[in-house]
Design a protein around this ligand. Structure first.
Ligand SMILES: [Zn+2]
Ligand SMILES: [Zn+2]
Length: 219
């Protein structure tokens, strides 16, 4: 394993955020011991995992069926086999946005395509940004260093008590600092609007401990 792996940001880590080919097989075949530990009460996950894919197209008629592209570029099917067949999710479906599926497993559909069968609505959510933007936001959160002087996200001015430069965080993402309203407005129009959505989307993931399993996560 290359050394740089240690410094990867959360969503780029391929164990907790695997591509389709890294997902466990459905357990009727064989329990995947990379993902499950055998304990006194049977098998339980050793860590949490979540599949991420960008919506390429929506192909379902009677239920929500999405074709999504994972971090490797492989396109697979995500099918909603929930009670409502995905109707609650339908209004959020948009090409180019990202689907996150908790605890997904490799499934072979009857039409011979492969993908993930989602049976619980609380295991899937759509994040309103591209997969690339989401991964970039994960990097941005990871490289935020404490103890270093913060800089305005627009003009680059450093925070400095002696000349009264105070920075305030964007109230939506609570990530990017600005020296004032003008800089914030300028940055919003120049592209923070899109990054901000990705930063808000990534927060749900970075606020959780993916390495230790106590109970299932839900969206
Ligand atoms: Zn500024
Ligand atoms: Zn923001």
């Amino acid at each position: 394993m290359p050394k740089s792996k240690k410094h990867q940001s959360l969503l780029r880590n391929s164990f907790n955020f695997p591509t389709f080919s890294g997902l466990p097989d459905e357990p009727e075949n064989e329990i995947d011991l990379r993902y499950y530990d055998n304990g006194p009460f049977g098998f339980k996950p050793g860590q949490h995992w979540c599949f991420l894919g960008e919506i390429v197209e929506s192909i379902g008629l009677v239920r929500v069926l999405l074709r999504v592209k994972d971090k490797d570029g492989q396109v697979v099917t995500v099918g909603l086999y929930t009670d409502d067949r995905g109707q609650a999710l339908a209004p959020q479906i948009k090409e180019g946005h990202t689907v996150a599926v908790l605890y997904g497993e490799q499934h072979g559909f009857l039409d011979m395509s492969v993908g993930i069968r989602v049976e619980d609505t609380s295991n899937i959510k759509i994040i309103p940004c591209s997969l690339e933007q989401l991964l970039k936001a994960s990097d941005d959160v990871a490289t935020l260093r404490k103890g270093q002087p913060r800089r305005c996200g627009s003009c680059g001015k450093e925070e400095n008590a002696s000349d009264n430069t105070h920075l305030r965080l964007c109230s939506r993402c609570r990530h990017t600092p600005y020296c004032g309203e003008d800089c914030q407005k300028k940055a919003w129009a120049a592209g923070h609007k899109a990054n901000c959505k990705a930063l808000v989307g990534v927060r749900w993931f970075t606020e959780r401990n993916w390495r230790t399993f106590h109970d299932w996560f839900n969206f």
